[in-house]
Design a protein around this ligand. Structure first.
Ligand SMILES: C[S@@+](CC[C@H](N)C(=O)[O-])C[C@H]1O[C@@H](n2cnc3c(N)ncnc32)[C@H](O)[C@@H]1O
Length: 268
């Protein structure tokens, strides 16, 4: 009895506060998810549910493992990033597997900086350029252009060239596009995997949309929970100019978190 009492009185208050704070954060995240889910459900007239099993031979995920991007993975072991990868490989396979030979130009914002001082970096073990190499191998005829705010990670190699650009600046976007020689309506796929906040996403979209080919696809990765409704409302306000789809990718053992992607194309 004595021992029990001693143990109880010695339970550190800090540990208890920590446990309560972890539980509170988890609860808060669930409430936010449920609330935004509810708003999204109300604001979209249609939902599409695709059920599938994991493809252990997914070529896109194999390339992600090979180069070290978190867009997908087959093997958790040996990855340079701390958390479980997104499962965007499943979506991209669905969207692009039959266009692999036809895609000629891909632009991605966000090379994957390994500088911990840069926002949305991939950690010190990150592999800058990993996703550009995935696109290059997946689309054997395509030129891949990458942009990033971090000038320390720019590089060029076979069919890949990269430029510095701050996606929150219209001038910086048009400057890189000119340097890269990107013509109007010429890009097949534009991917925003840079600064994952709505304002930055809108800025890059506005700066890049004139470069998207008529049958091109514009993708915004990692749509965070509070931004979901903002994106949805933004594109709803643009009327029938664009087709806007928000894809939620669910995978076992992971909360939805930032495993959501916006897919946009011109409504011609
Ligand atoms: C999540 S990482 C990109 C990961 C990479 N696409 C991959 O799949 O391996 C996000 C990148 O956005 C870049 N970034 C952050 N703010 C930016 C901005 N304002 N303009 C352009 N890039 C930015 C960071 O330097 C970082 O490299």
């Amino acid at each position: 009895m004595e021992t029990q009492r001693v143990t109880k009185t010695r339970t550190p208050g800090r540990a208890r506060r920590f446990r309560v704070s972890v539980m509170w954060k988890a609860l808060r995240r669930r409430i936010i998810e449920a609330a935004t889910r509810d708003k999204i459900d109300k604001s979209h007239s249609h939902r599409m549910q695709l059920n599938h099993t994991r493809n252990a031979k997914c070529e896109f995920a194999r390339l992600c493992d090979l180069y070290g991007t978190d867009k997908g993975e087959l093997e958790r072991e040996g990855q340079p990033y701390a958390s479980q990868a997104h499962s965007y490989n499943d979506l991209y396979t669905l969207l692009f597997r039959q266009k692999r030979e036809a895609i000629s130009l891909v632009v991605e914002c966000g090379l994957g900086s390994n500088n911990p001082k840069v926002p949305f970096n991939m950690g010190v073990n990150g592999k800058p350029g990993a996703s550009l190499r995935v696109w290059r191998d997946y689309f054997p005829r395509a030129r891949i252009v990458g942009v990033d705010i971090d000038p320390g990670i720019l590089f060029s190699e076979e069919r890949i060239d990269t430029y510095q650009c701050d996606q929150t600046s219209a001038a910086s976007i048009s400057d890189f596009a000119e340097k890269a020689g990107i013509g109007p309506r010429s890009v097949d796929i534009i991917v925003d995997d840079g600064f994952h906040k709505f304002e930055a996403g809108r800025s890059f979209f506005e700066g890049m949309i004139d470069y998207l080919a008529d049958d091109g696809v514009y993708i915004v990765e990692d749509i965070q929970q509070p931004d979901r409704v903002r994106y949805q409302r933004h594109f709803a306000a643009l009327g029938e100019q664009y087709v806007f789809t928000l894809a939620d990718l669910h995978r076992p053992g992971c909360k939805l978190g930032d495993n959501s992607v916006a897919i946009i194309w011109r409504n011609l």
